[in-house]
Design a protein around this ligand. Structure first.
Ligand SMILES: [Fe+2]
Length: 204
């Protein structure tokens, strides 16, 4: 069954200095493009020749399997990114709830987490992710240079930050630091806490 793109989870508007136009392109063109490719790849996998697929250098099957994870993670990470972006300056201390308590327990303080998360955002070529890792039952800041690199299986994204250049170059040029400021100031902490409450008791 084809995957349906999810609408932007907040009213399209300027967020900090992230322009309405940049958000619209990011959601309607780039995100929609990942959804389309995810569906296209899954369709092609139904009929691709598996008999010639046993080659680690190149085969149609190998290429489809590699890009299957790139497209799928491109879809899911963008959905998680958009879902926490519309917070309109919510106070972290007042709105982060149980997630804030867990962040404080893991990182020492909310401010220490912010510093670490921003450092991740400045260091990654694709994504910075606060994830609840069901393997060890702890929160971690992970980074990835591509959609299908850097993720830890069993770790569930709670707060996702897109640092691909397409996320900020239109509005900020090379000033990624200011983009990170605006992102942090517009985090939807209530949404992030809802995700955390859903996943915090999972362990395998
Ligand atoms: Fe993106």
């Amino acid at each position: 069954m084809a995957y349906d793109a999810k609408p932007l989870p907040f009213t399209l508007r300027r967020i900090g200095n992230i322009s309405e136009k940049a958000l619209e392109i990011h959601h309607d063109k780039l995100y929609q493009g990942y959804v389309n490719k995810k569906n296209e790849i899954e369709e092609k996998l139904k009929t691709v020749d598996r008999a010639t697929g046993n080659n680690v250098t190149y085969s149609d099957f190998r290429s489809l399997k590699l890009e299957e994870t790139f497209a799928a993670n491109g879809v899911y990470l963008h959905e998680d990114y958009f879902s926490v972006l519309g917070g309109e300056g919510q106070s972290m201390a007042a709105n982060s709830g149980e997630l804030g308590e867990a962040i404080t327990a893991e990182f020492g303080s909310l401010d220490a987490w912010v510093a670490d998360f921003k450092a991740c955002g400045m260091s990654a070529r694709g994504w910075a992710v606060l994830a609840y890792d069901t393997n060890d039952g702890r929160l971690h800041n992970y980074i990835g240079d591509m959609h299908n690199q850097g993720g830890v299986w069993g770790a569930i994204p709670v707060i996702v930050l897109d640092v691909y250049e397409h996320a900020y170059f239109i509005d900020y040029g090379s000033d990624r630091k200011s983009y990170l400021e605006d992102y942090m100031n517009n985090l939807d902490w209530k949404m992030a806490n809802e995700v955390y409450l859903k996943v915090r008791n999972l362990s395998f």
